[in-house]
Design a protein around this ligand. Structure first.
Ligand SMILES: [Zn+2]
Ligand SMILES: [Zn+2]
Length: 659
């Protein structure tokens, strides 16, 4: 080889098992974006590493022109490779996210409006309360790079406080990324950043138009964008000079990407901050137990914002014992809740009802023989949606008309809706309060961000008296005149096969309750429950956050669950049950003798959704000590264990979903 070339491994945005080698002109360096011939195509990729000249070099192709983009830093490459190893995903699949789905050979013609100004740290400095000032000072302690939990109840002014930390980084000319659960990227939230920093932040999420995507990607990669607000995929972007990471609502399950490449954006953000040696803030009113345990073990710092900013009070939480209510069938609002709603309306205030079930009724059964309408290709009941007059499977989208007669016993007109969905609660509310303006807030009825924003505006303008919705209602909206929140079935989520069910239920209820009375009016929350004595319900009623955490952590320790143990799920899917069983058993048999004493292997067992979209699903669960690394072992198992062609194997490190 002459001195005019070297051999370089190139990472391509493809889910490849290995990285191939190209010949590269000597003036190029590691981290450079290049064009490489691949098969009959030319692909954009990154020079990953220099390698020794291979034995046979005559078939090796030479890379084409480098792209006129700043090279990606060594730390970014290290992060991509680390994330790939940890999540057992091909690094190329993560690079694909980093490239944002755009053609990097075509820089945008930057329009004046998108990059007219960069965020200005001095644009509009708010007057902070004294606890906010103290908290902001602690965030800026530069010599401690442990992740920091910024903890404060809903409405305590956490955003104002972390904006001070953002301003400090912007003054140093560095970039700041604020991660938000996608749903929270609302106009109201963005308006706050725009007001504070004098210009709209650079956004990154799945709803951007191709033109905006391209403009924003280049602004981020070339350092023109200072403040970036993004959903989980923004974590993988190649920042020109990243100075700080903020994960807002760090407990949100939306940070987990459930389809391959499977990853948890909060956990990877902590890893990226560690590799980049930059500060990271995790922000929440209801931190995850993982984060709380890390604080207790002094791996993370914690700063508290104890008071509600502006003197607003946390709502009073009242439990309604549904066993004592003895409601007639097909009625779901208890007497105390009905009473509270009418009092709220009389005072000229707004109310919201919350139920985490879409549709009209979660289950439809035959009154004669008990036959239940089930999806033909999933282990799931069909959900009735009155609005479209159809039954729907929420897992695969299968739809059908309500049959005129029972499929099993042939009795005509015998199907009955069982239990409430939000549509059914709205129907009941409309009958009880015919004068009230009732609106439904459900994801399937609000197909666009625009439609959701319009509904929020109507609620804010008090053009709605009663808002009825699913979990999307629990996110960070601000309704000053909302003083009552009713939770129809607070027990949904307690129990079941998900180790985080109680935690999630607590967080959700805490946040829903936090919707009420965020401004000067006191709010109240009424929770309908069949288990008022449950520790979670008691903790909610008493506002006893610590009490809940201690009770839940004890449970997790006894049951050997996260955050005390680590879990890795291996999911096998195939339309042929025999084949998938054989493959799962083979995999488990290979793994079992190779486990350390600190590891346990559970399964293979049918997944909770044993049948999904016509495919049979089996699951292995690996329980390990927190310090154990099982990635190498699983990687080897994937290589060594043969499986049928039709079997898909999905590995989920730190699983959150147990379907
Ligand atoms: Zn029947
Ligand atoms: Zn289905």
């Amino acid at each position: 080889m002459d001195a005019s070339h070297f051999y370089g491994q190139i990472l391509l945005p493809l889910p490849l098992k290995e990285n191939f080698v190209w010949r590269a002109p000597a003036e190029l360096s590691v981290g450079q974006w290049v064009q490489a011939p691949f098969g009959k195509k030319v692909l954009t990729g990154l020079i990953l590493a220099r390698v020794a000249p291979p034995a046979v070099t005559d078939k090796i192709k030479t890379i084409l022109a480098p792209l006129p983009l700043p090279p990606v830093s060594g730390k970014m490459l290290e992060f991509l490779l680390w994330a790939a190893r940890y999540s057992l995903s091909p690094a190329g699949a993560l690079l694909k996210i980093a490239m944002g789905g755009i053609d990097l050979t075509k820089p945008p013609k930057v329009s004046a409006e998108t990059l007219s100004a960069t965020a200005d740290p001095e644009a509009n400095q708010p007057v902070l309360s004294s606890p906010q000032k103290d908290a902001a000072e602690q965030l800026l302690l530069a010599d401690d790079l442990r992740p920091l939990l910024l903890f404060g109840v809903t409405g305590s002014g956490k955003t104002e406080v972390y904006c001070e930390a953002i301003a400090a980084k912007l003054r140093q000319g560095q970039q700041v990324l604020v991660l938000m659960p996608e749903i929270a990227l609302t106009t109201a939230m963005l308006a706050r950043f725009t007001a504070r920093f004098g210009t709209e932040p650079t956004l990154w999420h799945s709803g951007l138009t191709p033109k905006r995507r391209r403009e924003h990607w280049f602004a981020i990669a070339t350092g023109k964008a200072g403040l970036i607000i993004g959903a989980r995929s923004a974590l993988f972007l190649p920042y020109a000079d990243l100075g700080m990471l903020i994960v807002d609502e760090e407990h949100e399950a939306a940070y987990k990407q459930e389809e391959p490449p499977i990853y948890h954006a909060r956990d990877l953000a902590v890893a990226r901050a560690h590799i980049e040696k930059i500060p990271i803030l995790l922000v929440s009113a209801t931190p995850s137990l993982e984060t709380i345990v890390n604080v207790r073990q002094k791996k993370y710092r914690r700063v508290d914002l104890p008071e509600r900013f502006g003197g607003a009070q946390l709502p009073k939480v009242q439990l309604i014992d549904m066993r004592a209510e003895k409601l007639p069938p097909r009625q779901f609002l208890s007497a105390p809740l009905r009473q509270a709603i009418s009092e709220t309306f009389q005072a000229g205030e707004q109310a919201a009802l919350f139920l985490n079930r879409r549709g009209y009724a979660p289950l439809t059964l035959c009154r004669t023989c008990g036959y239940r309408l089930q999806c033909p290709s999933c282990s799931a009941w069909l959900v009735e949606h009155k609005r479209h007059g159809r039954l729907q499977c929420h897992h695969c989208g299968y739809q059908t008309e309500l049959p005129r007669q029972c499929t099993a016993c042939k009795t005509p007109e015998s199907f009955a809706a069982c239990g409430p969905g939000v549509e059914r609660v709205a129907e009941e509310a409309a009958l009880l309060f015919p004068q009230a303006r009732v609106a439904l807030m459900v994801s399937d009825l609000l197909p666009t961000a625009q439609a959701a924003a319009e509904l929020m505006d109507r609620m804010q303008a008090q053009a709605i008296d009663l808002l009825i919705g699913t979990q999307i209602m629990a996110k960070g909206h601000h309704f000053p005149n909302l003083t009552l929140v009713g939770v129809i079935d607070a027990d949904l989520g307690l129990g079941g096969g998900d180790p985080r069910a109680a935690e999630r239920c607590y967080q959700l209820l805490q946040q829903v309750a936090g919707r009420a009375g965020r401004a000067e009016r006191a709010g109240r929350a009424l929770l309908q429950t069949y288990q008022p004595e449950h520790p979670i319900m008691q903790a909610l009623k008493n506002g006893d956050h610590t009490g809940f955490i201690n009770a839940e952590l004890r449970e997790r320790e006894i049951w050997q669950l996260p955050p005390y143990k680590k879990l890795v799920a291996v999911l096998f899917e195939n339309s042929d049950l025999k084949q998938v069983e054989q493959d799962a058993v083979l995999f488990a048999d290979w793994l079992r003798p190779r486990l350390l004493a600190s590891m346990r292997l559970l399964g293979p067992a049918p997944a909770m959704m044993a049948l999904l979209r016509g495919r049979h699903r089996l699951r292995l669960l690996l329980v390990t000590a927190r310090k154990d690394s099982v990635q190498n072992l699983l990687q080897e198992a994937l290589l060594v264990c043969k499986h049928h062609h039709g079997t898909k194997i999905k590995i989920d490190v730190d699983p959150y979903s147990f379907f």
